[in-house]
Design a protein around this ligand. Structure first.
Ligand code: SF4
Length: 200
């Protein structure tokens, strides 16, 4: 079964890397997609599971405040995090994470490789290696990444979570992250540099 051309490898990718229109007002630097990341994803022959945008799902496209873009970024991120921490939104995030887990379970049940999760660092929601909390960028996951990891602790263990930082060129790190485990081992046997980062 499933011995056709498919790679039997899938990766969970933050929604806005494929759709910049979902970003909060004032934060999009590209018109459609994050092209450098998308180029790497396409070259890796890996299936892309586009995660839901938790802020869009819980707060709407304007994040519940049309003046949000007027605030300094980290202050606005902090406001958004506070909104997402409300019990009703926490429940919604848990439901979204459950939906993703159902998909992942199906792939795992049939022996597919879940490469991991590619998030967006500094995001209060989708950060993997860093997030925004209390007006600062700090290490740790965003609230949606945390919900996903709680729902799938083995699948999304530390080394399977990578955060792309909006202010950095993370394409080489993403390419290493997407390599098959055997290739990864062969291509960087002694560079002493972890191919991934992330996790609380
Ligand atoms: S980082 Fe997450 S919450 Fe923010 S726009 Fe992207 S998908 Fe949505």
């Amino acid at each position: 079964m499933f011995t056709d051309a498919r790679s039997r490898r899938v990766v969970l990718v933050a929604h806005c890397l494929l759709n910049r229109n979902a970003l909060s007002d004032g934060t999009a630097d590209d018109p459609g997609t994050c092209r450098p990341a998308l180029d790497v994803l396409l070259a890796a022959d890996v299936g892309i599971i586009q995660l839901p945008c938790p802020e869009l799902a819980c707060l709407g496209l304007d994040r519940g405040d049309p003046a949000g873009a007027d605030r300094p970024l980290l202050r606005e991120n902090t406001r958004i995090r506070r909104e997402l921490d409300r019990p009703d939104n926490s429940g919604r995030l848990a439901d979204l994470a459950d939906d993703v887990r159902s998909q992942v379970r199906e792939y795992e049940r049939h022996g597919f490789e879940i490469v991991g999760l590619v998030g967006v660092d500094r995001s209060p929601s989708c950060g993997a290696g860093s997030t925004t909390r209390d007006g600062r960028e700090t290490p740790g996951p965003g609230v949606f990444t945390a919900a996903l990891r709680q729902a799938m602790p083995r699948t999304l263990r530390d080394e399977r979570c990578l955060g792309l930082h909006p202010a950095a060129d993370d394409a080489p790190g993403l390419a290493r992250f997407l390599e098959r485990p055997a290739d990864r081992h062969a291509s960087c046997p002694s560079d002493g540099e972890p191919a991934t980062h992330g996790g609380p």
